[in-house]
Design a protein around this ligand. Structure first.
Ligand code: UGB
Length: 590
């Protein structure tokens, strides 16, 4: 029931193909010619676009969906015949000589590393109406995740001999793209060069309403579209040519990071070092995992004449363990933790193997489907589902020769995502899991600063842990050592000698040539030192002031969302700030 003259031959062919592939319902309810012709045209244009975005087109998508849905209905075990064992691990959970050795190796790769940020997700669990990388990782100075990441890239390139700009690849989706670009432009790319930033946009895929792969309609002339998962990054790095181009330009490793994992750069030097020293093509950063925690488990899967190391996603780990090594499933071993390292989804991938794999596979990662069925007959879904992919599944494309390793770090140092709103976070914490909220992310940000001071020999008195709206937060000391000051433990130690910091004090240092000599901060004292490049600043002596005060806001406070999702803010009650904007030699004394 339409005026076919309105459509191109390609559009007519697409309609025929879709009808042949079980999608008659997309067109059967169309109005008479002359009614809603414009909407029909737009609908077809959107179908053409979606068809072009997906490798293999809509027919490929429908056939992949049918196959995966049939497997899901049959309850097929994707790990049939495989038994999980411990993967090859490098333990960097404490600051040993080995840790420092790896940092040293990795620091030589600052100008041979690119950073890939997957930021296409909206963070609905967090209750924040904006892009997650615009949220502040700390509210003493309100540094956003995006600025924090850019600061680290600037620090990496400042430390390399070549001073080559560190490539920064950001994957966005149509949900996050415009705001990401706006944020970069409004802030002059945070000091980065526009050319070093590569924005890649992932496309949404159609939702599916039944086991036959029927595409779901939102209304008569509109499909329901959903995100396809972070695994799209591999296809985009291939189709855009960015991976191959950067590899040819001498980039040897990519570090993949998530949108709101502040500690990622704490681990970068040692993780790259571990990849280099152990010849890893793919290195998964991991933490000691709590049983049942919503992070995947990293395991070596052995069987069917093969063995390979892979993330087993958290919803699949329990059934796999029950079917193989432990009838009780995803439970603690004698250490009190899950025997399998938890996936931080921070990945270090060697570019030459990566480009080779991308060329052979087009970067198309194994898809999966996770429909919620209405009952055990598994014939109907509660709501339309879609095919998804995960970036950590890349090793599924590897052959015999690629080496996969796991590098385990202390949790505070490596993994503190900001994913949950305060209410959910408090509930998660109450039931024994990590809160993974704004407050805990900020807390770990300061804890990493404390750890750097301690590793440099300063005396650090850790404060008490309070609960803010049911989420734990350590009152102090609050320490921010900007990447401009130190990227490795060794660098921190070379700039700090002696000194002490009390449990409620605050210390913020920004600048490459700042050094601390027996600095003592007592009580609630706050000290902020910022030095531009070329300003050599020596800080010494005992400081005393009223510093920063933590003010709890309560659940119903009328404050901006970035404060609401944490439940507190800081007020400056007399912290001292010393800022040097001209090169020269300076001494800051109490
Ligand atoms: N993301 C995209 O860029 N595009 C998308 O389509 C979807 C997401 P989630 P998830 O580290 O805690 C992962 O939703 O998928 C970005 C691992 O699979 O926060 O539940 C998004 O912007 C899991 O093994 O995470 O779980 C964000 O930056 C575990 O380690 C990132 O992808 C878990 O992360 C992650 O998206 C974890």
């Amino acid at each position: 029931s339409t005026n076919w003259n309105n459509f191109s031959d390609e559009q007519k062919e697409l309609i025929n193909t879709l009808v042949e592939n079980g999608q008659t319902h997309l067109f059967s309810g169309w109005d008479e010619p002359g009614t809603n012709d414009e909407a029909k045209k737009e609908f077809l244009e959107s179908l053409e676009k979606i068809n072009g975005n997906y490798p293999g087109g809509l027919v490929g998508y429908i056939s992949n969906a049918r196959k995966l849905l049939a497997e899901s209905k049959a309850g097929a075990n994707p790990f049939e015949g495989l038994t999980p064992e411990q993967p090859e691990k490098v333990d960097l959970t404490s600051f040993t000589d080995e840790f420092k050795k790896y940092e040293k190796i990795g620091a030589d790769y600052f100008d041979k590393t690119g950073v890939v940020l997957v930021a296409g997700g909206l963070g609905e669990r967090l209750g924040y109406n904006g892009i997650k990388i615009d949220i502040a990782v700390e509210v003493l100075e309100e540094t956003t995740y995006l600025k924090h990441y850019a600061d680290n890239l600037l620090a990496m390139q400042a430390r390399s001999e070549s001073k080559r700009p560190v490539p920064f690849i950001i994957m966005v989706s149509q949900d996050t793209g415009p705001k990401t670009i706006q944020s970069l432009e409004e802030n002059n790319y945070f000091g980065l060069q526009k050319e070093q930033v590569h924005i890649l946009q992932q496309e949404l895929v159609p939702a599916i309403s039944d086991n036959d792969g029927a595409l779901a309609l939102k209304e008569k002339y509109e499909l329901i579209l959903k995100p396809h998962g972070h695994g799209d990054i591999h296809m985009l790095l291939h189709t855009s040519g960015v991976a191959a181009k950067l590899a040819a330009e001498g980039i040897e490793y990519f570090m993949f990071i998530q949108d709101t994992n502040g500690p990622s750069f704490n681990t970068l030097p040692a993780a790259i070092g571990a990849s280099v020293a152990n010849g890893y093509d793919f290195n998964s950063l991991a933490i000691v995992r709590r049983p049942g925690e919503a992070v995947g488990g990293l395991a070596k899967l052995v069987g069917n004449g093969k063995e390979f190391t892979l993330n087993v996603e958290y919803n699949q780990l329990d059934p796999l363990l029950r079917a193989t090594i432990n009838p009780e499933g995803d439970v603690a071993d004698e250490t009190g933790f899950s025997p399998f390292p938890g996936n931080c989804n921070t990945l270090v991938i060697k570019t030459d193997s990566y480009v080779r794999i991308l060329e052979a596979t087009q970067g198309i990662i194994a898809e999966f489907v996770n429909p919620k069925y209405t009952d055990e007959t598994k014939t109907a879904f509660k709501k339309p589902t879609r095919l998804e992919t995960m970036m950590q599944d890349l090793p599924k494309l590897f052959g015999e020769s690629e080496k996969v390793g796991v590098t385990i770090f202390d949790r505070m140092w490596s993994f503190s995502p900001n994913k949950n709103n305060v209410t959910d976070a408090a509930a998660k914490y109450a039931s024994g899991g990590p809160a993974d909220a704004s407050a805990t992310a900020e807390n770990d940000f300061y804890a990493a600063g404390r750890a750097r001071l301690e590793a440099a020999g300063m005396k650090v008195v850790e404060g008490e842990e309070i609960k803010i709206l049911g989420v734990p937060f350590t009152v102090g000391p609050k320490v921010i050592l900007r990447p401009s000051f130190a990227m490795t433990l060794e660098e921190g130690a070379s700039k700090i000698s002696g000194g002490s910091i009390s449990d409620q004090a605050t210390l913020i240092i920004d600048g490459a040539d700042v050094s601390l000599e027996n600095v003592e901060l007592s009580g609630k004292t706050g000290l902020v030192v910022k030095a531009c490049s070329g300003a050599k600043v020596t800080v010494k002596g005992k400081f005393e002031n009223d510093g920063f005060e933590l003010v709890e806001l309560g659940a119903d406070a009328d404050v901006p969302e970035y404060l609401k999702i944490r439940g507190y803010r800081f007020e400056n009650r007399g912290a001292q700030t010393f800022e040097f904007t001209e090169p020269g030699e300076y001494v800051v004394e109490a």
